[in-house]
Design a protein around this ligand. Structure first.
Ligand code: RNT
Ligand code: ZN
Length: 419
């Protein structure tokens, strides 16, 4: 395949709309995506947490999931070996602590040393690290956590979250890049509450206490993720959208929006411009909700494209921090990861190949006819030729060749894991 020739022709096509394709590829190359570690092992981790709890769920039992740090790291390597981009990051959860023999520590006692292997791993590969307290899948997370009426439970998770801030700071110091630390709690109720305010007040107080420790705000970017419901928590969520947005604003931390965490006709793409007017940074969990917060693999679909367009057209590639959040256990997990990473990048590339200034001008002029014509015509522009050239230029397999490598990895590695 003559990638170069096809690329040159594609450039000519995009040039008719004044689009600089070379410039777009360079911007794409430097756009960081924080890849969630938890697609590789169905959100289990290494601290012996056992079954996944907190109203989130993986479904499927595809063979070959990672069960050791070495396996998970090997799998992440495989994904990155098939994924372009220079500035990617790995998003870790606290339950992915790696303990030496006899070193096990409960979540409130975690220390940087329990994550040293991850720092070494990230350093060797030039990756950044992001982090999350794991406030689920634990004996102390069977009911409410940071909003619990039981002070002992609250204090445990406060200590855990503070430990996570220290670990995040360690990541940032070691790797020379700020660490995003996202707090999400599963707290909610299955049925109609008798009191909606008290758990929210306790959550607020717990967050205040977590943030009261001394930490370097340049190094650790604390985020708060909202949610609309969870399995078994269908009627009430403590950390609702209004709660988290108001809290983040008042405490000077960063809001995090997961696009699976809204009512089905609400879209994050429409929320971003409003959020960017009031926040220096906005963090995202890009996922794909199918009828509920199902965390399906991110596709190159309309909403993902629209989210990317909002990031690009608002000149916010450095203000919107993109992380992925999905966990599909029904298909090859390495493929799930790779497809999700590629699709987020494709959505960004698609956005970078859109004549935003022209569309904005047409809108101001009231020329909605031409806006539609351009937007629809663009759908059949030679986007694939640009993407495949980008892959080839980075010595990565184009078209479906990347998938052949995944099949080979399944034969050579995953199928030997004996699950
Ligand atoms: C749950 C949230 C949360 C988790 C991860 C594992 O609904 O989306 O971000 O998916 O922390
Ligand atoms: Zn999320």
């Amino acid at each position: 395949m003559d990638f170069e020739k096809r690329y040159q022709e594609a450039k000519e096509v995009y040039a008719t709309l004044g689009i600089d394709v070379d410039g777009a590829l360079e911007k794409l190359d430097n756009f960081p995506i924080s890849m969630h570690c938890w697609q590789g092992d169905d959100v289990v981790g290494f601290d012996g947490a056992g079954a996944l709890s907190g109203g989130i769920q993986t479904t499927g039992n595809y063979p070959g999931k990672a069960t050791t740090p070495e396996q998970l790291m090997g799998d992440i390597d495989k994904v990155f070996s098939l994924t372009p981009g220079k500035k990617h990051r790995i998003n870790l959860h606290a339950c992915y602590a790696i303990f030496q023999e006899g070193q096990w520590a409960d979540r409130d006692q975690l220390e940087p040393k329990h994550f040293q292997a991850w720092v070494d791993y990230a350093k060797q590969r030039g990756l950044g690290l992001d982090f999350n307290p794991t406030i689920f899948s634990h004996p102390k997370a069977t009911g409410l956590t940071l909003s619990s009426p039981d002070k002992e439970i609250r204090d445990f998770w406060i200590r855990h979250s503070q430990a996570c801030i220290r670990i995040s700071e360690y990541f940032a110091t070691e790797l020379g890049t700020p660490c995003l630390m996202n707090i999400w709690i599963p707290d909610g109720l299955k049925d109609i509450p008798g009191d909606r305010m008290a758990p929210r007040r306790r959550f607020k107080e717990s967050l205040d206490e977590i943030l009261s420790i001394d930490y370097d705000k340049e190094k650790v970017l604390v985020c708060l993720e909202s949610k609309v419901f969870g399995i078994g928590m269908e009627s009430y969520t403590v950390g609702s959208s209004e709660f988290t947005l108001n809290y983040a604003k008042s405490a000077g931390i960063t809001p995090l929006m997961d696009n699976g965490h809204y009512h089905p006709t609400e879209v994050v793409s429409d929320k971003l411009s409003a959020m960017l007017l009031f926040n220096d940074k906005v963090a995202l969990h890009v996922t794909r909700p199918v009828r509920w917060d199902s965390d399906h693999v991110v596709l190159f679909d309309d909403e993902t494209k629209e989210i990317a367009k909002e990031i690009v057209r608002n000149d916010a590639m450095e203000r919107v921090l993109v992380g992925l959040d999905f966990f599909d256990a029904s298909i090859n997990r390495i493929s799930a990861w790779t497809v999700g990473m590629h699709n987020m990048q494709k959505a960004m590339l698609n956005a970078l190949l859109t004549p935003h200034a022209q569309l904005a001008k047409l809108q101001d002029e009231g020329n909605f006819t031409k806006i539609m014509a351009i937007q629809e015509e663009l759908k059949t522009y030679p986007f694939g030729d640009v993407w495949n050239y980008y892959m080839a230029k980075n010595n990565l397999p184009s078209y479906l060749d990347w998938f052949k490598e995944i099949e080979q990895y399944e034969t050579d590695v995953l199928s030997k894991r004996g699950q």
